[in-house]
Design a protein around this ligand. Structure first.
Ligand code: HEM
Length: 384
């Protein structure tokens, strides 16, 4: 995927494929499209196989909404999901990471996804939403099914079939969340679902369907991406022992290291938009109503912005990596993802004098078009 992006960025940076989908590879073009929500609409459902009518994911998927509805809904979510709420989670994230690592005792071999990178984000987001963390095994099964959905644009009939086949899983997750919302309506707590129930902006409130949809979006967007980020960090640390050596001496460099991990291996390789009108970009004219793939992976490797893009550079000055997007849809969970990564990586450096990716077992990956990151990551470790 990476070589394909590099090649097209060099030879045909605003590319139209044989199916008629447009692809943007340069940092400038991807940024411009993200910044212009009026021309590049997030409402792309017309191009994708249809989910069931009234499906809660479609009712309130913030990422796939345009202004003015997006502005109103994001405003309501932001009143509940504040930077203060996120920074207040630091002690809890540290305690959870410690507990998960304690469970490994003095093991010299571990599978990091099961041990840490999957459970940590899912427990944090479940606690934040106020859904019982004991149910996380069930979420994992549901989310695995939903993420296994591989939409094949060449074969829309097969894709429709695939979408139908996950419908019961979507319905189960939605029913479950509806039950959680009802529980919080009667018995509010300090959690995000209770805050969403209470949130009010300009006299507007969220409907139950919207809260269920938002909770589903947060649950899904909020954990598997962070699993990807943590696993990608360990993969890159394995390839760059000099970086790990500097981090061991100076933990203040962790935020820069995390930005480089996000740049080099963004958990989302791409996002999508649909043109609302004819538009000029990179010397080409895109007609109205076209599906456009914005390659975040490629933008983050654009050599005109990031000199020697393959170099993992803790001292890179510019921070214009696009792993969290840009503009009005900029990732709402970015502060939380950065905080979880900083705490987890800091504790891994404390606990282990050395860690290496095992070579006698394969590292397995999620489908990189869905989440770019390891699904199984065997590590050999030396406890400190
Ligand atoms: C939006 C990436 C973690 C919630 C986005 C977008 C990207 C992204 C690229 C923009 C999509 C677009 O413009 O089409 C990531 C990455 C993460 C991460 C790489 C982890 C490393 C999280 C977490 C949460 C979250 C932890 C929630 C707790 C959201 C939400 C949106 C969003 C709600 C939609 C915002 C909007 O449309 O206004 N994320 N995300 N994300 N993210 Fe994240």
């Amino acid at each position: 995927l990476r070589d394909w992006c590099d090649q097209l960025r060099a030879t045909d940076p605003v590319h139209r494929d044989e199916r008629g989908v447009w692809h943007l590879f340069r940092h400038a073009d991807v940024s411009a499209a993200l910044a212009d929500a009026a021309t590049f609409s997030s409402e792309t459902s017309a191009f994708l196989p249809a989910a069931a009518e009234g499906d809660a994911f479609r009712v309130a998927n913030l990422t796939r909404m345009d202004p003015p509805r997006h502005r109103a809904m994001r405003g309501l979510v932001s009143t509940a999901f504040t930077p203060r709420l996120v920074s207040g989670l630091a002690p809890r994230i540290s305690a959870l990471t410690s507990e998960l690592l304690d469970a490994l005792a003095e093991a010299s071999r571990l599978e990091l996804v099961d041990a840490l990178t999957y459970p940590l984000p899912v427990i944090v987001i479940s606690e934040l939403l106020g859904v019982p963390t004991e149910d996380r095994g069930t979420f994992r099964d549901w989310v695995d099914v939903l993420l296994s959905l591989n939409v094949d644009r060449d074969n829309l009939a097969a894709s429709q079939q695939a979408v139908r086949s996950v419908a019961p899983t979507r319905a189960a997750l939605i029913d479950y969340l509806r039950g959680q919302v009802d529980r919080r309506r009667v018995d509010p707590g300090e959690d995000l679902i209770s805050a969403l129930l209470a949130a009010e902006a300009d006299g507007a409130r969220l409907t139950e369907g919207e809260i269920v949809g938002l909770a589903a979006t947060l649950l899904i967007a909020g954990h598997i991406t962070t699993t990807g980020l943590l696993g990608n960090a360990m993969l890159l640390f394995d390839q760059h022992p000099e970086v790990v050596a500097r981090l061991r001496d100076n933990r203040e460099l962790l935020p820069s290291a995390i930005e480089e991990v996000l740049r080099v291996r963004p958990p989302f390789s791409l996002t999508m938009r649909a043109t609302t009108r004819e538009v000029e970009l990179g010397g080409r004219t895109l007609p109205a109503n076209q599906l456009v793939f914005l390659w975040l992976l490629s933008a983050n490797r654009d050599e005109t912005v990031f000199a020697e893009p393959d170099r993992f550079d803790l001292d890179r000055r510019n921070s214009h990596q696009l792993a969290f997007g840009r503009g009005i849809h900029f990732c709402l969970g970015a502060p939380l993802a950065r905080l979880e990564a900083r705490i987890a990586l800091d504790l891994l450096l404390d606990r282990y004098a050395e860690f290496r990716v095992a070579t006698d077992e394969p590292v397995e990956f999620y489908n990189p078009l869905v989440v770019n990151g390891p699904k199984r990551l065997p590590l050999l470790v030396t406890p400190a």
